[in-house]
Write a protein that binds this ligand. Structure first.
Ligand code: PMP
Length: 396
């Protein structure tokens, strides 16, 4: 008998490799084929992991920290995270990246049809993680005119008896929007009337904010019993490859998430946990240095974008992304949408950017400035050249 064709589980319907990964790979492919391509597609600091962190990992490996770690994390790392957040160690779960924290939380809490409110633009994985866990992602559009932030009225209007979670991400990927204390308090006031709704506050870019970026734990203490803060070392300490993040929340939730993780991956890599401990307890000045470097890049990017006709950009207050509106270029060039514009930019001037539709907001592109300045300048020159070519085209 011939083998039956491969069949995907229904839960994978509509879930594909992320558009960001696809684009980065396409850019790398073109480069390998000898083409001159610059890509501002990935959200990964170009800095190296600090040497003292790498040294701590070596020392851990040599000291024999090479066995299964406790499922929820090493006591030392959980205690250090808890200390920083003003929480108890039992309220901390260490995972294989912030991404696994999100997956644990959704798998541990969602039943089929449960709704998760996701303000758009959003980080691409949120909706797919919710769908994989059997939930229903509900997009809440937050236009540039609102600074890409969720308004309390929009939140109130979207809540139903099936709503289990609201996902917040401040500073935001892809917009760099940062919620101030008053804005968080206003959202918390809406949630006060809906005790079944929990909040997942993804604060992985909190060390990369150019304005004060309060944690939801501080801005809305009244929500503490239903708040999960997500954080990690990937962005702040340039440790994306170490795969180490954590969640801070009520014990019952942390216990349920640990039960999921215990069956899927067990405790996060012991060497990475030792490295993260060194990052959290070692010198912190480098965070301010890096923030200053990203801020300078942010200013450079905003100034260059402002000089390109057909583009407008809300300046990001945090993270390392700009999310300009490019409808002027899309309409001027007669493109079907932002994805078509991005394909043309890659072919015409060798520039890879991610279309806004990947983040739930078409008409925009995401440009990461976690790259060396010469690459950023080169990319912005190419964008300006492309815009000038479009402007010179006959009307179509
Ligand atoms: N949340 C957001 C908003 C992100 O941008 C990312 C990484 N792109 C993550 C979570 C995942 O981070 P980690 O590397 O810790 O899995």
């Amino acid at each position: 008998m011939s083998p039956a064709p491969f069949r995907r589980a229904e839960r994978l319907a509509g879930i594909e490799i992320s558009e960001i990964v696809q684009l980065s790979e396409r850019a790398a492919e073109l480069r390998r084929a000898g083409q001159d391509v610059v890509a501002l597609t990935t959200g990964e600091p170009d800095f190296p992991t600090p040497p003292h962190v790498v040294a701590a990992a070596h020392a851990a490996a040599e000291a024999g920290q090479t066995r299964y770690p406790p499922t929820a994390g090493t006591p030392e790392l959980r205690a250090a995270i808890a200390r920083q957040a003003g929480a108890e160690a039992a309220e901390v779960l260490v995972s294989t990246g912030a991404k696994q924290v999100l997956a644990n939380a959704m798998l541990a809490t969602l039943d089929p049809g449960d709704e998760v409110l996701i303000p758009a633009p959003f980080w691409t994985s949120y909706g797919d993680i919710v769908a994989l866990a059997g939930g229903r992602p509900v997009r809440l559009p937050c236009p540039a005119a609102d600074g890409f932030k969720l308004r309390p009225e929009a939140l109130a209007a979207a809540i139903t008896p099936r709503t289990r979670w609201l996902m917040l991400n401040s500073p935001s990927n892809p917009t760099g929007a940062v919620y101030g204390p008053g804005e968080l308090a206003a959202l918390a006031a809406v949630l006060a009337d809906h005790p079944q709704v929990w909040v997942l506050s993804d604060e992985i870019y909190s060390h990369l904010a150019y304005v004060p970026a309060p944690s939801l734990r501080d801005a809305a203490p009244g929500l503490a019993e239903r708040t999960l803060v997500v954080d990690g070392v990937s962005k702040a300490f340039a440790m994306t490859g170490w795969r180490l993040g954590w969640g801070i929340g009520p014990r019952a939730l942390i216990g349920a998430m640990a039960a999921v993780q215990g069956q899927v991956t067990s405790g996060a890599c012991s060497i990475s946990q030792a490295a993260a401990l060194a990052a959290l307890t070692g010198p912190q000045e480098l965070l301010a240095d890096r923030r200053a470097a990203f801020r300078a890049r942010r200013d450079r990017v905003c100034a260059a974008l402002a000089a390109i006709p057909g583009i407008s950009c809300v300046p990001p207050d945090g993270a390392f992304y700009a999310f300009p509106d490019v409808t002027g270029l899309i309409l001027g060039g007669g493109f079907a949408d932002d994805a078509a514009l991005c394909r043309w930019l890659l072919d015409e001037v060798g520039l890879a950017l991610v279309p806004g539709r990947a983040f739930g907001m078409p008409g925009h592109v995401r440009l990461s400035f976690a790259y060396a300045e010469r690459e950023i300048d080169d990319a912005l020159d190419r964008l300006a050249t492309a815009a000038a070519r479009l402007a010179a085209r006959p009307f179509q």
